[in-house]
Design a protein around this ligand. Sequence first.
Ligand code: AMP
Length: 402
Amino acid sequence: MSYSQSNNRDRFSRGRSSSYGGGSRNKRRTNQYIDPNKFIKTAKMTEAEVYVPENKFADFVVDPLIAVNLKAMGYELPSPIQDKTIPVALTGKDIVGIANTGTGKTAAFLIPVIDKLIKNRNSKVIILAPTRELAEQIEEQTRAIAKGSGLMGALLMGGVSMQPQLSDLRKNPQIIIGTPGRVKDHIERRTLKIADVNVVVLDEVDRMLDMGFIDDITEILNATNQDRQSFFFSATLEGKVRTSIEMFSKDPVHIMVKTGDTSDNVHQNVVNYNTKDEKIQKLHDILNDDNVSKTLIFDDTHHNVERLNDELRSRGFDSEAIHGGKSQAQRQRALKKFKDSNVKVLVATDVAARGIDVADITHVVNFSLPQTYQDYVHRIGRAGRAGRVGHALTFVEQRRNY
Ligand code: AMP
């Protein structure tokens, strides 16, 4: 695909597949016991601090085309992570950014990377993300920021047909965006050569490690030019994440932006139930509540997600389901309907919900308990985005409620 004026999104054909980008590599984790009291908390209604950036976009010495595109995208001022990352990245240093989705981190790396690629047509970047949805979001922003540059790109992810990817790769694109599994497949088939890749971006490193991608990532990064610039973004910098980043980077500059704990602005409560009938009836009542306008419901398996979605539809709710057993095209359709508010309820497994960036979710419902407390925090962070107050309701079987 070419980042010229045309928007050739349609060139991706969406094949049917039951595999999920990374899902097959998911490590099975055993359920952790979580004290139900941890699911109860009142949101802190703190006023978000207004950030005053040190730089304006015009202060960054980047190709004028990028400035024009940012303006067209409606970006007026750099977000904190952009304000701090872009000047350092433009000096060529490695960056470790501690930031979550929603902070503007995608443009924080895309602006300096695209500038580098425009200035040096022999430069090549590989951007790895843990999920297809995230890879697509990155590709969308690349399309907007690189518009008119003539740069070529390829979006390599599982669950869709290989053909458009092969055709894009034959044009020797400077921008490779993908999920680790499919990128590795292409390297093994020799349809992608990355020895000349001199910029790498690992987005959401912590999630990629969590999803068992470490071996694929190691293999991919070892095959790139070792004299490269690297960007790492992660929500945390603990344990495995730190070790992996140290292994792959050279004297990186650490950039951390102060963001409140996302769960701070989420009202959290439990819904107790005794029987399955009572459980579904309570969910029914919640969805009928006037204050509940957009709800993301988590259930544990593909099968249960499907069953719950069918049940809700039979009760007259407009809902959609996403899970790793659906094709990428089906997942995209469902997510789009939810984003566009054509359906107000989305039922999902944890894996399929990663990377969902829907600003106006009012309620997250844990119809099944999360496997770990970390998963819980991740789930409820889908509500109460962009400074709004969200709500999280967790169903707890009464006998477990000690
Ligand atoms: P991200 O954290 O990169 O997923 O970005 C979250 C959202 O913020 C995306 O919809 C971006 O298009 C948007 N965004 C990023 N940077 C800016 C900016 N400087 N001004 C306005 N919107 C932005």
